[in-house]
Design a protein around this ligand. Structure first.
Ligand SMILES: NC(=O)c1ccc[n+]([C@@H]2O[C@H](COP(=O)([O-])OP(=O)(O)OC[C@H]3O[C@@H](n4cnc5c(N)ncnc54)[C@H](O)[C@@H]3O)[C@@H](O)[C@H]2O)c1
Ligand SMILES: [Zn+2]
Ligand SMILES: [Zn+2]
Length: 397
């Protein structure tokens, strides 16, 4: 089969690799019909390189049809399924508490990490990813989300990651209707976090430097700003000088425009070119994040408010302004999304003909899998108005 593979920093290639096979009785194999590129894949592309091995299959936002089902799976051949980006058991201490990303049965213990993720480096179990023509799905007795046959893939595909991530970001912000939230970053996660917050009755402000990303959010009733200092002032003015009740950081560790973290940028870059034996401990013990977004969040949120981080952070030595956090009495929530926890809330919305979350206005590019290297580059550089790319693994050109 064809698969998108990591070959080195910023080097993605499509290779022919062996088809996956059932390895455990609760596995399933799916034929992938649509598979998206995520902002998290861009961290592999650059910063998390030390934890990748050339040839690793990437991708964690797939859906498709079951072609083979192990006897202990809960799917059957021909079922149409969306695959959550994490692999969880569904019945352990954490899974039953809505913390599937911490699953006690599947945790990547040798790396000290939570549940394994498809296509997401040694840190998360080196599981072959979903940007491929076929995918082996472990724990198919719990993970796969069965969906109907009528609606097109793009209505369901984002149940794999983007929608639950954005939903969790809003839930973790712990706000009530009538309150306000500022969303930092209007990539795929920020777009939906902003729309879901609106859907929950909040006033939503959002900041992103990229014009077409602001325009897309504005089409869904979001009040948008670029990332200049005057935007912070404008949002403060709009919230009686206090700042919004919550801030959602949908940017994470590769933020743009942070002069104080110029050192972090250099550290992230240089670490990619060290031999893995040296760079892995560096990243795991002393890695630095680019902190522009989180610093903006701490500054902007009102006193006593909530900072909900859905952007991924990966450094162990990133400085936080404890004085401000303590003095402002902030609550910080964060983490990978517990996908299955939120599916029952989201599924009716993506199936609603009125499309209340605007899923029909989201994907900007659909490409055959052979064009994955161009797609990654375009998404990272935000060229050609790119906001979300869906790869179609069985389409030829
Ligand atoms: N928690 C989870 O489970 C989970 C799941 C998926 C993605 N993520 C993370 O969410 C983040 C966003 O993902 P995405 O797919 O939307 O990616 P993306 O890279 O397309 O989006 C990031 C956006 O932030 C903007 N940005 C950069 N610096 C900024 C700044 N200083 N202020 C305001 N905006 C800024 C960029 O212009 C871009 O539009 C990434 O860190 C990704 O890893 C987390
Ligand atoms: Zn993702
Ligand atoms: Zn579990």
């Amino acid at each position: 089969m064809k698969a998108v593979t990591w070959q080195g920093p910023r080097k993605i290639s499509v290779e022919t690799v062996p088809d996956p096979v059932i390895q455990q009785p609760n596995d399933a194999i799916i034929e992938v019909t649509s598979t998206a590129i995520c902002g998290s894949d861009l961290h592999l592309y650059e910063v998390l390189g030390p934890f990748m091995t050339p040839g690793d299959i990437v991708g964690h936002e797939p859906m498709g049809r079951v072609v083979e089902a192990g006897p202990d799976s809960n799917v059957r051949p021909d079922d149409r399924v969306v695959i959550p980006f994490q692999i969880a058991c569904g019945s352990c201490y954490f899974c039953t508490r809505g913390l599937q990303t911490q699953c006690e049965v599947t945790q990547v213990k040798d790396q000290g990490s939570g549940a394994p993720l498809f296509g997401y480096s040694q840190l998360y179990g080196s599981v072959p990813g979903g940007q491929a023509q076929f995918l082996r799905v472990p724990h198919a007795d719990y993970g796969p989300i069965k969906v109907g046959d009528e609606l097109p893939d793009h209505r369901y595909l984002f149940l794999s990651d983007v929608l639950p991530t954005a939903w969790q970001a809003v839930e973790y912000a712990q706000r009530s209707p009538g309150e306000s939230v500022a969303v930092l970053g209007l990539g795929p996660i920020g777009q939906f976090a902003a729309r879901i917050a609106k859907h929950h009755g909040l006033t939503v402000y959002a900041i992103d430097p990229v014009a077409e990303r602001r325009q897309m959010a504005a089409r869904h009733g979001v009040l948008v700003y670029d990332n200049s200092d005057s935007s912070i002032e404008a949002i403060r003015d709009a919230t009686q000088g206090r700042g919004p009740d919550a801030v959602i950081d949908a940017v994470g560790m590769e933020a743009h425009g942070d002069p104080e973290s110029a050192f972090a940028k250099i550290a992230q870059r240089s670490v990619q070119y060290l031999p893995d034996k040296i760079s892995q401990p560096f990243m795991a013990k002393a890695g630095l994040d680019r902190m522009a977004a989180i610093y903006t969040g701490i500054d902007l949120v009102r006193r006593g408010g909530t900072l909900s981080l859905s952007g991924v952070y990966g450094g162990q030595a990133s400085p936080l302004p404890m004085l401000s956090l303590f003095d402002k009495q902030l609550q910080i929530t964060m983490g990978q999304a517990n996908v299955k926890r939120w599916v029952k809330d989201i599924l009716p919305l993506v199936e609603d003909p009125a499309d209340p979350l605007g899923v029909d206005d989201f994907v900007t590019h659909r490409m055959p899998i052979d064009q994955a290297p161009e797609a990654y580059e375009m998404f990272q550089k935000k060229d050609d108005g790119c906001i979300k790319v869906v790869l179609e693994p069985h389409r030829s050109q």
